[in-house]
Design a protein around this ligand. Structure first.
Ligand SMILES: Nc1ncnc2c1ncn2[C@@H]1O[C@H](COP(=O)(O)OP(=O)(O)OP(=O)(O)O)[C@@H](O)[C@H]1O
Ligand SMILES: [Mg+2]
Length: 239
């Protein structure tokens, strides 16, 4: 599904990822952990296709093609979804209008606005999001957890096949974490593939993880099963 080979990524003339390799099969969940500033979000943003990151070397093969040549929009069409660690505020568009247009990205038949509102409110209720948020601008005045849930709502709306979640657990209360974890597990069962970036082994109590990778110095220095995350949390990254 995804094969990253010898990736080197530079930001402002500094190498962030160096000789980075990662291989993920369809339907797997891989956890990425590591100290602050090692390049975890950089990896997420490179997969999303943000142009500030300069790929100097390496390949990102997704479903048999090199992603490096695709624009952000083309990657969305290829069913790739990357959540933000810090979801941005977008002042000029309401939540309702945003989700209405997202929903229709993949659908040929237009759904009536009233009908769509019902679908959306139902999804929001499952995530324990207040329906009043629909009238607000995206993330404007949202709590930390509301912003994270908004990312999950976007993921659901786009029904992607490959998903990168950047610290989705940070800021979620325990009940919300369980709800989000259940969604992730359900999507895994449908054959969706995940990279989940986290600092905290708590999410591993709820999601069905295949592999855990530790990034230090721009590359993966250790991989293992769920036990590696618990070990790192206990010992820290000073190996
Ligand atoms: N757009 C940018 N412009 C300049 N420097 C950046 C940019 N994005 C990231 N960096 C730098 O690149 C390095 C890696 O950042 P990144 O956000 O990938 O770290 P991270 O592993 O996600 O850390 P954290 O655990 O704190 O989220 C950091 O030193 C950061 O300051
Ligand atoms: Mg980060």
């Amino acid at each position: 599904m995804l094969e990253i080979i010898g990736l080197q990524v530079e930001i402002e003339k500094r190498d962030i990822l160096k000789d980075f390799n990662l291989s993920i099969k369809k339907g797997e969940i891989h956890i990425i952990m590591g100290p602050n500033g090692v390049g975890k979000s950089t990896l997420a943003q490179v997969l999303a296709g943000y142009p500030v990151y300069n790929i100097k070397k390496g390949e990102i093969i997704y479903d048999g093609m090199d992603l490096s040549f695709l624009s952000l929009e083309e990657r969305v069409q290829k069913k790739i979804f990357v959540s933000f660690q810090n979801p941005p505020v977008i002042e000029n568009i309401s939540m309702f209008d945003f989700f209405y247009s997202l929903y229709h990205q993949n659908k040929k038949n237009e759904v009536d606005k009233k009908e769509f509102e019902k679908i959306l409110i139902k999804k929001m209720q499952i995530l324990k999001m207040r329906k009043e948020l629909l009238d607000k601008a995206i993330n404007l005045g949202f709590s930390g957890g509301e912003k994270k849930k908004n990312e999950i709502l976007q993921m659901e709306m786009l029904s992607p096949n490959f998903i990168v979640l950047d610290e989705i657990d940070a800021g979620l209360d325990i009940d919300s974490l369980k709800i989000v974890s259940k969604k992730i597990n359900n999507m895994k069962e449908e054959g969706k593939t995940f990279i989940v970036i986290t600092h905290c082994s708590r999410i591993l109590d709820y999601i069905d993880v295949d592999k855990v990778h530790i990034i230090v110095g721009g590359k993966i220095i250790k991989s293992g099963g769920a036990e590696l995350a618990y070990e790192m949390e206990k010992r820290g990254y000073e190996l």
